[in-house]
Design a protein around this ligand. Structure first.
Ligand code: SME
Length: 161
């Protein structure tokens, strides 16, 4: 199946999943599993959420699929994760070796995408995906991952955690 069709099929499944989940926690758990299982190049898929009330702000690892990471808590001034959360912008890194911000999770990781999750206009967390393949996150993958982050943001808004 061409990549575009696979991405489209997965987008539909993710929307159905969002409809069927009652809480954001359930959606995040099932979403990381589905993305990790279905996409060959999504080798680590996980959520980081801002710790409520933490000063300085701190990203805390939530649901994830893939190898355990040493980075379970990330301050906003560190890593690609910190850059995405502090700027509110999606960060796509085609070659992590060339990005000095990169915090290594696995020696096999070649590229990464981090998409912020917004709740009522504020960054509440992010969806982070690592790939063993360079430049894995083409524009159609970026759209898919952003769509996932929007669905989780909506669920966090509506149902709480
Ligand atoms: N690479 C991330 C750290 C998290 S691990 O990829 C799971 C970063 O640079 O912020």
């Amino acid at each position: 199946m061409p990549v575009a069709d696979r991405v489209e099929e997965l987008r539909v499944q993710i929307m159905e999943l969002a409809d069927s989940c009652n809480t954001a926690d359930e959606l995040m758990r099932k979403m990381v599993k589905l993305l990790h299982e279905r996409m060959l190049k999504y080798n680590w898929v996980g959520f980081y959420l801002l710790e409520p009330g933490a000063q300085p702000p701190m990203l805390v690892l939530g649901a994830f699929e893939g190898a355990m990471t040493p980075h379970t808590r990330i301050p906003l001034d560190q890593g690609i994760c910190g850059a995405a959360a502090s700027s509110g912008q999606t960060v796509v890194v085609d070659d992590v070796r060339k990005d000095p911000r990169y915090l290594a999770c696995s020696l096999e990781t070649k590229s990464e995408i981090v998409v912020p999750i917004f709740v009522r206009g504020e960054v509440a967390g992010e969806l982070d995906i690592d790939s063993h393949f360079p430049a894995a996150f083409t524009p159609e993958h970026q759209d898919l991952v952003k769509h996932c982050a929007v669905l989780v943001g909506k669920k966090l808004e509506v149902a709480g955690r």
